[in-house]
Ligand binder design. Structure first.
Ligand code: ZN
Ligand code: ZN
Length: 150
């Protein structure tokens, strides 16, 4: 079975520490060694699928881990991620944040958005305004994203 390296983070909730795999991967045969982290994806905002807490992760908190590459069909049945881009609605705020929501169940984008807005604590923009509305939200559902550095 062919393998790939995929970026993972460990949930920062000490009661949880669940390993969350993210939709950034490189086929293993392309890179024998640990590839560099694609810095443009950080800070990574991730909602934990187990405890529902969100945290922002820096590059030193992420690592590459080896996983089997799944066929197109299996990929549909297996965990992937939603990426939700949310523009802040506060006046004069230009913040656009990207959020990673693991999807084990084939969620609709509206369900992924609900999961984001129910995450603990309240999700906020880069400067701390609460993100409440879904009106300025864009959902991306990649099977896998290739880091730009590849
Ligand atoms: Zn967690
Ligand atoms: Zn804001």
């Amino acid at each position: 079975m062919s393998m790939e390296q995929r970026i993972i983070v460990a949930c920062k909730n000490p009661q949880c520490a669940y390993m969350i795999s993210l939709p950034y991967s490189i086929p293993l045969e392309k890179t024998e060694f640990q590839p560099p982290m694609p810095m443009e994806i950080f800070p990574l905002r991730v909602v934990c699928p187990k405890c529902e807490h969100w945290y922002a992760y820096s590059a030193v908190e992420a690592e590459w881990s080896v996983f089997p590459i799944l066929s197109q069909r299996e990929d549909k049945l297996c965990p992937t991620s939603w990426i939700l881009e949310v523009a802040c609605e506060a006046p004069q705020c230009e913040s656009l944040t990207r959020w990673h929501i693991r999807d084990d169940e084939g969620l609709a984008s509206t369900d992924a958005a609900l999961r984001l807005f129910h995450a603990k604590p309240q999700v906020v923009c880069e400067v701390g305004h609460p993100l409440l509305g879904t009106t300025r939200l864009r959902a991306i559902h990649p099977n896998s994203l290739r880091p730009r550095s590849e």
